[in-house]
Design a protein around this ligand. Structure first.
Ligand SMILES: [Zn+2]
Ligand SMILES: [Zn+2]
Length: 341
């Protein structure tokens, strides 16, 4: 099979021919039809996940089950599926509590085992979610991460309710979808970005206010939110400085949700939390149910994936897609393997 492989940190992916994967016990092989190119792939490429190399990246994918290993009877050959990239044991204390995204034995496709910048992937059968032949594979692919991640942050972690004011820091692949999901939930949305093009995207996605960031951003956010300040802040930028700004922007009872990945520490003034009874909490990935929920929202027309699937490229242009993302030219590209299922 054709695959794009990371063999050294900071290096471009190498396009190469590899043996087809063979499904082990409990596994299926999925013929990949589409895979999104995500900011996490850039983080992986520069060594952020400390992955063991070589690795095939690619974690937001859709495809068709083409073979089954011993003991698999839950999904049929030829079934179109979304891939849940977070492999989980299903039996540990955390899995049994339903939080499979934080399984104690977690292994991530495209991070700890080979991912979907390849024609085929071997994956546990419990990690595929059947979808409809009527779904667009590229839309299914991006829903599994670019939309499910902010959905988990907003709905599961922040408990967003209609009428609340939500501030989204960073309008990339995650942030733009946080905006449209919050607007769909009936929240007032304020978007913050350093890019005018991103602010325009946020307005199209339903933001009532879109604010260019700057040194006094916390004051301007609280002013835009009105008395008491914002109820929820979704921080999607991988920057310690922006985390400090997000906490300083918190309103009364605000839930500040950390989504953007950074390894750098940031200062928090305890009084910012105490005086407002504000909370600072993390949001890690999403669960299979979050994927099912966002699929339903997209099928019902409540949310769009058009802005995510506009840039489609074949696998041999995967490095161009990564460059586009790094340069901020796109919020997403999708690698396609042919068209349809
Ligand atoms: Zn991702
Ligand atoms: Zn587990």
């Amino acid at each position: 099979m054709r695959a794009a492989v990371l063999t050294g940190y900071g290096a471009p992916l190498e396009l190469t021919e590899l043996p087809d994967p063979i499904p082990g016990p409990g596994q299926v092989v999925v013929d990949i039809r589409a895979c999104g190119v995500c900011g996490s792939d850039l983080f992986l490429q520069k060594g952020g996940f400390d992955s063991t190399l070589p690795i095939i990246p690619g974690h937001e994918a859709a495809g068709v089950v083409s073979s089954r290993g011993p003991g698999v009877d839950t999904v049929g050959i030829g079934q179109p599926v979304a891939l849940y990239y977070i492999d989980h044991c299903g039996t540990c204390r955390i899995c049994l509590s339903g939080r499979v995204n934080m399984c104690l034995g977690v292994r991530r496709m495209g991070v700890e085992f080979n991912g979907a910048f390849a024609e085929r992937v071997a994956i546990p059968a419990r990690s595929v979610i059947p979808v409809s032949e009527d779904d667009d594979p590229a839309a299914v692919a991006v829903l599994t991460d670019a939309v499910a991640t902010p959905y988990h942050a907003l709905v599961q972690r922040a408990g967003a309710r209609a009428g609340e004011t939500v501030v989204v820091f960073g309008i990339g692949g995650i942030g733009a979808n946080a905006v449209q999901l919050a607007a769909h939930l009936g929240c007032r949305v304020i978007a913050v970005s350093r890019s005018e093009a991103s602010l325009e995207l946020a307005r199209r996605m339903g933001a009532e206010a879109a604010i260019r960031t700057g040194p006094d951003i916390a004051e301007r956010v609280r002013e835009a939110a009105g008395p008491g300040g914002p109820d929820i802040i979704i921080q999607t930028v991988g920057s310690a400085e922006v985390f400090a700004q997000a906490v300083a922007s918190a309103g009364i009872g605000c839930r500040v949700i950390a989504v953007g990945a950074t390894l750098d520490p940031f200062p928090v003034n305890a009084m910012d939390l105490i005086w407002k009874e504000a909370g600072l909490t993390g949001s890690r990935g999403f669960t299979p149910q979050d994927i099912r929920d966002v699929l339903d929202l997209q099928r019902g027309g409540a949310i769009t994936t058009d802005h995510l699937v506009r840039n489609r490229r074949p696998l041999d242009q995967v490095n161009d897609a990564l460059d586009d993302l790094r340069a901020g030219l796109v919020v997403r590209s999708v690698i396609e393997f042919g068209s349809g299922w």
